[in-house]
Each structure stands twice: as structure tokens, then as C-alpha cells.
Design a protein around this ligand. Structure first.
Ligand code: ADP
Ligand code: ADP
Length: 230
């Protein structure tokens, strides 16, 4: 299976003789295909947790397990392969490469990869699915925020990861555009079974997840399944 588990996970940042515990003994288990919101005040450790779940960074202590295997034991080459197989990431600031077209951005995770499918056709198909079939050759600067985030979603999905991780995916968008982006994540979860983990400040958005993990001071203070919010 493709479940994810944090076991006794801590993350400490060192700087100027000061240690900050961004996470302290976090224990959570996410099942394959779950739709999970991470909430909590600014500085509570949400982004740090997300980047550890996505193997963008490693814990200072404890383990992140994917399908029961610890990812922190992988060397950097294997970690890259692991991410390629399992993780798509989208960010509040989109993080598109400014000199690449929409199509090239979507293809970019595949650049150094050998795959069995046609990369360009795959990327074009994804851009069409997010309603950008007429923007293949546009640069990010020529697209609106919502369009850029849709390019980012297509890019995050181009390698068909098991999980899509999203850090404030609608935080930079107006309410309507944010709703469209959120609906896309929700559909992706329901129709393709792709697990989604998103960080949000928005209680309404969080309440639409199947599970809400609430952080405070680097700790999980509640973990609720959706029945309670129906
Ligand atoms: P949130 O996403 O909930 O706002 P973060 O995970 O970004 O919280 O941060 C948790 C704590 O860790 C904060 O005190 C933050 O300042 C600190 N922190 C996060 N990333 C770093 C870093 N790269 N270097 C130093 N401190 C960091
Ligand atoms: P936001 O609240 O907009 O999500 P984040 O908390 O995610 O912002 O922080 C953005 C980036 O800054 C992250 O990569 C995080 O690791 C880094 N960061 C956060 N706090 C600190 C800090 N105190 N020192 C250095 N880097 C930090």
C-alpha cells in the first residue's frame, strides 16, 4: 500500500545558537487515498510537516514511513526516485519556472527521466484537463494566478504520484478562483484516488476534507475524521 506514517517525528532548526523545535514527537498515520487538511496557527509546524511528508526535507528525529519503509534511510538518488514515484507538490506561490512555457513547466519533472509514455502528449493532456488547452506556449508571467496554479497542478500530476501535497494552494487566489482550484483537488481525490494533503488557514476549506489534523507549537493537538463535520 501507499500509506504514510510519521513515527516520533521531530524537526529542529538551528540558527545563531538558538534551536527551534518546528515539530515535536509527531505521530500520524495516513491511509492511501485520504483527503487530509492540516490546520493551525502560523508557526505551528504545518509547512514543516508537509515538507517532511513529501520527503522534501528529513526529520531530525523519528521516521517517515511510506508503505512501511522508512524514507529517511534512502540516499539522495533513491530519495529523488522515491519522490518521483510518490509525490506531487504544489505551493502557495506556484513556483513555476519563469523562463519555461506552461507545457515545458508541466514536462519539467520528466526531463531527466526515462518513461514509457510520450512526455509531450502526457503534458498536453494534463493541461487540457485543467482547462489550459490553449495556453501551451504561454509563459507564467502571461497567465493569471489561477491559471498558474492549474499549470502547477498539471506539473504535480505529470508523473502520476500517489500523493499530492499542497501548501496553502488557494492562499494567493481570490475566493472564486480558489474554489475552482480546490474543486480540482477534491475531484482528483474522488475520481483518481490520489491522496491529497493540504495545509490551509481556511476553516471552511479544511471542513471539506475527510480528515483534519490540527497543529499547535509543533504538536498534533487533534486529528478528526469527517463524520463530525458532516
Ligand atoms: P507553519 O507552516 O505552521 O506556519 P512552519 O512549519 O513554517 O509553520 O514553521 C514552524 C516553526 O519552525 C516556526 O517557528 C518557524 O519559524 C520555524 N522554521 C520553519 N522553517 C525553518 C527554517 N528553514 N529555519 C529556521 N526555522 C524554521
Ligand atoms: P507560509 O506561512 O506562507 O506557508 P512558511 O511558514 O511555509 O510560510 O515559510 C516559507 C518558507 O520559509 C519555508 O520554506 C520555511 O521552511 C521557511 N521558514 C519559515 N520560518 C523560517 C525561519 N524562522 N527561518 C528560516 N526559514 C524559515
Amino acid at each position: 500500500t501507499h500509506g504514510v506514517e510519521c513515527k516520533g517525528v521531530s524537526k529542529v532548526f538551528q540558527g545563531d545558537g538558538v534551536s527551534t523545535y518546528a515539530l515535536e514527537n509527531v505521530n500520524i498515520k495516513l491511509e492511501e487515498g485520504e483527503f487530509v487538511a492540516i490546520v493551525g496557527p502560523s508557526g505551528s509546524g504545518k509547512s514543516t510537516l508537509l515538507s517532511l511528508l513529501g520527503a522534501l526535507d528529513l526529520p531530525s528525529d523519528g521516521e517517515i514511513l511510506y508503505g512501511g519503509s522508512p524514507v529517511n534511510k534512502l540516499n539522495s538518488r533513491r530519495l529523488a526516485d522515491f519522490r518521483f514515484e510518490n509525490i506531487g507538490f504544489i505551493f502557495q506561490q506556484f513556483h513555476l519556472l519563469p523562463t519555461l512555457t506552461a507545457l515545458e513547466n508541466v514536462m519539467s519533472p520528466l526531463f531527466a527521466r526515462k518513461v514509457s509514455y510520450n512526455k509531450k502528449e502526457r503534458a498536453e493532456g494534463l493541461l487540457e484537463q485543467v482547462g489550459l488547452g490553449d495556453k501551451f506556449n504561454s509563459l507564467p508571467s502571461q497567465l493569471s494566478g489561477g491559471q498558474q496554479q492549474r499549470v502547477a497542478i498539471a506539473r504535480a500530476l505529470v508523473h502520476e504520484p500517489h500523493w499530492l501535497l499542497a501548501d496553502e494552494p488557494t492562499g494567493n487566489l481570490d475566493t472564486n478562483t480558489g474554489e475552482i482550484i480546490f474543486e480540482r483537488l477534491s475531484n482528483l481525490n474522488r475520481e483518481k484516488g490520489c491522496g491529497v494533503i493540504f495545509v490551509t488557514h481556511d476553516a471552511d476549506l479544511a471542513s471539506r476534507a475527510d480528515r483534519i489534523i490540527e497543529m499547535k507549537n509543533g504538536k498534533v493537538i487533534s486529528d478528526t475524521r469527517s463524520g463530525a463535520y458532516a
